[in-house]
Design a protein around this ligand. Sequence first.
Ligand code: SF4
Length: 355
Amino acid sequence: MFPLIKNIPKFRTALLSWYDAEQRPLPWRTTPSLYRTVVSEFMLQQTQVKTALPYFDQWMHQFPDFDTLAKADIELVLKYWEGLGYYNRARNLHKLAKAIIQLDEPPKTPEQWKLLPGIGDYTSAAITSIAQNYPAAVVDGNVVRVLARISNENKCFSSNGQAVEFFRATAESLLDPIRPGDANQAIMELGATVCVKAATNCPTCPVQSFCSSYKSGDPKSLPNIVRPKRTKVFIDRAIIIKENSILLHKIPSNAKRLSDHFELPNFEAFNINLDAQNESVRKHSIKRRSISNQSIVETLYKINSPLAETVTQTVTQTVEEPTQQEAYWVDLKSINSILLSGPHKRWIEELKEEV
Ligand code: SF4
């Protein structure tokens, strides 16, 4: 329960009135449907709205309904996901579409949805409340932040998951039973646009009068969640270009991450031992990025002749059996027709400018 809010109906009205007036006109809201809600919820896991928007439009154009998506090749599905990251979401969405078209009607409760691929607590509550008006409360990072600040709860949580579980009953008690989907979207919208991570915009907040941390606390310090330490990962990669083709490594189909994607060859994966002093090797650039709890530093080396030929022989030993080989020469002009993760696509686009 949420003892600090005495008048819960008033809280719900304040939040929903604000949402009705201020919500962002997102495409899955302006033209709602069960399918559009499902796709948006898959895309928005781990991804910001502004990043997902262009993908959503292209996706709807190519795969307008469950049926079209279910019948599409997985390669095409992954191509339309290219650059969004966390590709298991696309694979699961594809599997989900295949499962749904087998049913007489879509599932109706969170428990039924959770039997399908890629659907967990958050997604099932979001889909059923938004598209099916089912009274299930969603609890994500935005909701946790808003509730921690409103309640001025400074308990130290060891993980996001622990904080989510802690606030679940609170979220359920505050959920408007008549408009659960809008109520869920309203509190998430508040967390995304007003009660934001690094700052707060309390003067414009519709629930300011209910907020304990605004009255007597330090909203920006909440929620208090221990952040896991980031580990640093160093990767060396080879750039080998011959005429207008580039040598790329294809990640095996059974890999846990980025299966079937192409990338610049990784020295370690190919057992390439290079002497950085070798005249054929030139450090090209250093790329830094973060994924989950990893800080990744990737150094790209341009490898020229004669060393390029030696490395090429090492990595393309089974040319006569193309399905077996791990490295391929790819024409730079056809780079858009193969699967590439976002960073590799950007890097290769940059390299094209230099050729
Ligand atoms: S008053 Fe400020 S801290 Fe409280 S919920 Fe609103 S924006 Fe967040």
